[in-house]
Ligand binder design. Structure first.
Ligand code: HEM
Length: 533
């Protein structure tokens, strides 16, 4: 929790709020036991400067408010009047302050910064923001946890969202990834069921190990991700101390129209730090907003977090014969086959001034590509191309793309989209609202953004499980762990799985871990038996 120490607020006869400027603002962080420097953080200084300017309180219409302390009544002790427009407007607006929280990733923090290209990648993509070494592009990053609601503690075992919005000169490019290079499932049809199994149970209204492990036991493709999540990296110490991944495979296309498949890796320059043992419970109990506090304080203190950006590149030809389905988001491309290529740096150097405007209203859409970048046939990614724009239209409204945080910053949107609830710009003015037209309206470029995706006739097909194996990479991950890491992994899974009431769920889960590695399965069985005896 961040406590603000501030000078006394005085109310003068002109009803002007003033701060005691002699006394600096300081922030106390119980998680670290530290007071911030005497100088107030930049965002608070800005706020204080704003507050120092005498300002007149008005109604939403702009008319001055004469009394903000006493509501109007019929006589000194009489009932409150409906003619008190200010009171009614104030109460009604307050009732409507909450918007729906995100269906997943509800709890998050954001910051602005920049991405700088450090390597010539023109052989692979003609994306404008990747066109020149040294070129900088403004970014907004929103970090999040997945399963908890908007007020949930942050130091919990859960993947972390790592969503980046690049404000490029050719439009906004959104890369909404996680801190894991892989995911639980590989078909979007399973996503609502998966999330239901992680979120509060319809009867008990709390997360239930039965549901979590039931879903797992019936979804062997999740073995790799569960091994990751229940390992040490399952609880990052902060948003600054974790990597980010695009996770899916994407398409890059160069100026000659030749495409390659690409995966993104954002490696933290702060180093990986995780919470293990009883640390997370302690941190979450003492400071539920531990990640938010850490990020905000670091940036306010000028300690800007950064990530080195790398890619893996696979040719279209290689993808056809590679022994792993390259579009399966439950699998990695082993670095031995596809080494990391460093291409840039991402730095976060600016805290949002207003959380709601900059972070809560931010909408990331995996369908927001720019010329030179496109989707792959990864089925999960394809499902997400629909889901996010739809979620924003529900959560933020039809015109969410005009909100300051979501509209293009380095170019301008120019199209024939009009009207809709809460349109708050000039709505295209007097321009024609159809295309083609003969009045100089915006016209299509005629340039394909990316190469087409090979495919067949429409229909449902068996998953392309070319290596027919959900377990090998989970086993590989287990075997690269040190003995201490393995012990913690076994303890964590056993602690959770032993609470499951149905033996059948436990047996099926053990079968998946055993298929990954016989020792992994055997140790888990012994640990669960010990806990349940
Ligand atoms: C078919 C599978 C998936 C579906 C249908 C889905 C759907 C959603 C929805 C509806 C939201 C809330 C959006 C909002 O209201 O603003 C969301 C948020 C998010 N999802 Fe997914 N998701 C899927 C898979 C994934 C995967 C595989 C990743 C990571 C690799 C991911 C990363 C994120 C992130 C980072 C956010 C938060 C974005 C933000 O900070 O605003 N999701 N997802």
């Amino acid at each position: 929790m961040l406590f603000l120490s501030q000078g006394p607020i005085s109310v003068t006869s002109e009803r002007v709020f003033t701060y005691d400027v002699e006394r600096p603002l300081r922030a106390y962080n119980p998680a670290t036991g530290r007071w911030s420097r005497d100088t107030a953080p930049i965002t608070l200084l800005l706020e204080r400067r704003r507050i120092m300017t005498p300002r007149r309180l008005t109604e939403e219409s702009g008319a001055p408010v004469s009394d903000n302390q006493n509501s109007q009544t019929a006589g000194a002790g009489g009932p409150v009047l409906i003619q008190d427009h200010h009171l009614i407007e104030k109460l009604a607006r307050f009732n409507r302050e909450r918007i729906p929280e995100r269906i997943v990733h509800a709890r998050g923090s954001g910051a602005y910064g920049y991405f700088e290209l450090t390597k010539d990648v023109s052989q692979w993509t003609h994306a404008n923001f990747l066109s020149e070494v040294g070129k900088r592009t403004e970014v907004l990053v929103r970090f999040s946890t997945v399963a908890g609601g908007r007020g949930a503690p942050e130091a919990v075992r859960d993947p972390r969202g790592f969503a980046v919005k690049f404000y490029t000169e050719e439009g906004n490019y959104d890369l909404a990834g996680n801190d894991t290079p892989i995911f639980f499932i590989h078909d979007p049809l399973k996503f609502p069921d998966f999330i239901h199994s992680q979120k509060p149970d319809p009867h008990t209204n709390k997360q239930e190990p039965n549901n979590v492990w039931d879903f797992f036991s019936l979804s062997p493709e999740a073995t790799h991700m569960f091994t990751w999540l229940f390992g040490d990296r399952g609880i990052p110490a902060s948003y600054r101390h974790m990597n980010g991944y695009g996770s899916h495979t994407f398409q890059w296309v160069n100026a000659q129209g030749q495409g390659v498949w690409v995966k993104y890796h954002f490696k933290t320059d702060q180093g990986i730090e995780c919470l293990t043992g009883d640390q997370p419970a302690k941190v979450a109990g003492e400071n539920p907003e531990s990640h938010t506090t850490d990020l905000m304080e670091a940036i306010d203190e000028g300690n800007f977090p950064s990530w080195t950006v790398n890619v893996q590149i696979m040719t279209f030809e290689e993808a056809k014969t590679y022994h792993i389905n390259p579009f399966d988001v439950t699998k990695v491309w082993p670095h031995a086959d596809y080494p990391l290529i460093e291409i840039g740096k991402m730095v976060l150097d600016r805290n949002p001034v207003n959380y709601f405007a900059d972070v809560e209203q931010a909408g990331f859409d995996p369908g927001n590509f720019v010329p030179g970048i496109g989707p792959s046939p990864d089925k999960m990614l394809q499902g997400r191309l629909f889901a996010y724009g739809d979620a924003h239209r529900y959560r933020l409204g039809t015109n969410h793309t005009q909100l300051p945080v979501n509209r293009p910053h380095a170019t301008k949107a120019d199209n024939y989209g009009r009207d809709g609830l809460m349109r708050f710009d000039d709505n295209g003015g007097a321009d024609k609202n159809y295309e083609p037209n003969s009045f100089g309206g915006p016209a299509q470029s005629g340039e394909p953004h990316y190469a087409g995706i090979d495919g067949g006739v429409s229909g449902t097909y068996e998953w392309d499980d070319r290596e027919s194996d959900d377990f090998a990479q989970a086993g590989d991950l287990y075997r690269v762990m040190t003995e201490a890491e393995r012990t913690r992994l076994i303890d964590t899974i056993a602690g959770d799985l032993s609470q499951v009431s149905k033996d059948e769920i436990i047996e099926k889960s053990l079968a998946s871990f055993t298929a990954a590695d016989a020792e992994y399965g055997a140790r888990l069985r012994a640990a669960i038996e010990a806990l349940r005896s």
